[in-house]
Unconditional design. Structure first.
Lengths: 113, 115
């Protein structure tokens, strides 16, 4: 597609529920990143995929968070047993190595009530 | 550890006035530096980047930034601000060129523009 697409744009869920957030990167971009942006903060790195594999998952806060990219294109960020502290905007970005710059999606605003 | 500091949380300038947003970074090796802008409800848009070479880099929308290694700074400037520049601005540092690897972001500076 023309840009990085994230769905849904907004998600409200109850504490303890499971959620999935989807990212559809720019076609041909091999690298994909997930960031989390809390209110009043800059984006914080969560995980980075190069192709299908997670090249760096050091930013995932705990084992409730998991992400996949099975075919090297679309990625899904999965959060189990959501907590109110998980409320944030989750941003996805994609890039192509050698192409200078990352393209960000508009984000998914997750609210845990 | 890598870190980025944006000392100003909120800045207000008059339309037509000049602007400088401060960014200081901490990184042991050669930093790759970025400025992004975020409008409400939008994703991050790249304004400019520095990888090497000329320390004064030009970006989109009339913005420029200067890399000063001795001061560990990468301040963003614009000679004349427009009302449409009101947004939040983020400085970021990356470890690797070619858009590989994660970025470390500052907490952002919110810019308000007075008519």
């Amino acid at each position: 597609g023309a840009g990085v697409s994230q769905t849904p744009s907004n998600k409200v869920t109850e504490k303890g529920k499971y959620v999935e957030l989807r990212c559809d990167p720019i076609s041909g971009h091999t690298a994909l990143y997930w960031y989390r942006q809390s209110l009043g903060q800059g984006p914080e790195f969560l995980i980075y995929f190069q192709g299908t594999g997670a090249a760096d998952d050091s930013g995932l806060p705990n084992d409730r968070f998991f992400a996949v990219r099975p075919e090297g294109s679309v990625s899904t960020l999965k959060i189990q047993r959501t907590e109110r502290g998980d409320s944030a905007v989750y941003l996805c970005a994609s890039s192509y190595p050698g192409l200078e710059g990352y393209t960000f999606g508009s984000g998914t605003r997750l609210t845990v009530v | 550890a890598q870190s980025v500091t944006q000392p100003d949380i909120h800045i207000t300038v008059s339309e037509g006035a000049s602007l400088e947003l401060r960014c200081n970074y901490s990184y042991g090796a050669t930093p790759y530096l970025f400025w992004y802008v975020q409008s409400p409800g939008q994703g991050l848009q790249l304004l400019l980047k520095y990888f090497s070479g000329d320390t004064l880099v030009q970006g989109i929308k009339g913005f420029e930034a200067e890399f000063k290694r001795s001061q560990s700074s990468f301040n963003l400037r614009k000679p004349s601000v427009h009302w449409s520049d009101a947004a939040e601005y983020f400085c970021a540092v990356g470890a690797r060129r070619g858009s590989q690897g994660n970025l470390i972001f500052g907490k952002g500076t919110k810019l308000s523009v007075k008519p």
